[in-house]
Write a protein that binds this ligand. Sequence first.
Ligand code: MTE
Ligand code: MO
Length: 196
Amino acid sequence: MKKIVSPINSRPDRLPPGQHWTNKLHVLGISDPPDTDLSHYRLRIFGEVEEEIVLTWEDILDLEKVNLIADFHCVTRWSCPDVSWTGFQSLEIKKLVKIKDTAKAVMIHSLDGYTTNIPLEYFFDEDVIFAYRLFDKPLPADHGFPLRLVVPKLYAWKSAKHVSGIEFLSENRPGFWEQRGYHILGDPWKEQRYSV
Ligand SMILES: Nc1nc2c(c(=O)[nH]1)N[C@H]1C(S)=C(S)[C@@H](COP(=O)(O)O)O[C@H]1N2
Ligand SMILES: [Mo]
């Protein structure tokens, strides 16, 4: 299996300002994890693409698997080192759909109604993956079953759990927390916690 260690793990300033290390991935979510039956699960890729597609769980398992090791930085100030995730890279999506030149960002949609926005330069980074395993076990319900995004270079609220849709946007617009005062980008090294 292809292995990726996020470049953030070897930064000289590995721990972003205002953060402290913890050895646990604390569960944070806007609601209880949704019940999901894999035989009914679908991932829709739509918006600024030539032709939208819908993937089944089997389609997802057929995508090239990668293991990612990356620190995880939550805006509530805890950081968990060396989390191990397995799934497929966001870059795989470029092989599945033709993205229009007008696309500038993505909105990730989740089964619990959560959304979050990410500009394309961050979304298509090598260390961005959609994960279905955590520390080599199936992804637990409260950590995002069946599929979650992992974006190591941004605060953890951008790492949407229970992902059901990837929408390509012609203009970046705010998701759930971004509409409620969180920063539109969320770079932990620039302490982009809030928009004001
Ligand atoms: N679908 C969904 N994804 C979400 C959230 C949520 O409420 N719903 N919370 C975010 C926040 S604020 C954080 S810190 C991380 C927490 O991930 P964890 O619960 O696996 O530690 O998930 C992010 N992804
Ligand atoms: Mo968070």
